[in-house]
Write a protein that binds this ligand. Sequence first.
Ligand SMILES: [Zn+2]
Length: 125
Amino acid sequence: MSRRKVWGIEREILEMINQAARETYPREFVAAMRAEGGIIYELVLLPGSISSDYSATFPLFNLPIDFSVVGSVHSHPGPSNQPSGEDLHLFGSFGSTHIITCLPYDMRSWRCYDRSGRPVELEVV
Ligand SMILES: [Zn+2]
């Protein structure tokens, strides 16, 4: 199997995601992600991206064009990291790599998906 264009994420970024998810709970945390050399190394926080309802992902539709942005990350305030219908709509709208983290927001609670919502491997580096 060939490597995906985006194949890794820095451990520190995953820790930041889970910490932000805990701080935002029970609201959703959402951000865009930047990658370089196939590795996600930065979160892009968007104004108004922390919301009290399921439309938290909405600001991502208004992202400026930025080719280092490879996808999105958001948290679910429950134990499931499966994408919702809204999530699949978002995934298909931009980027190749999307992460959802869920309770308890630890190193096992996240999952990565492609633009069709299929789970994909992401190496922690
Ligand atoms: Zn979601």
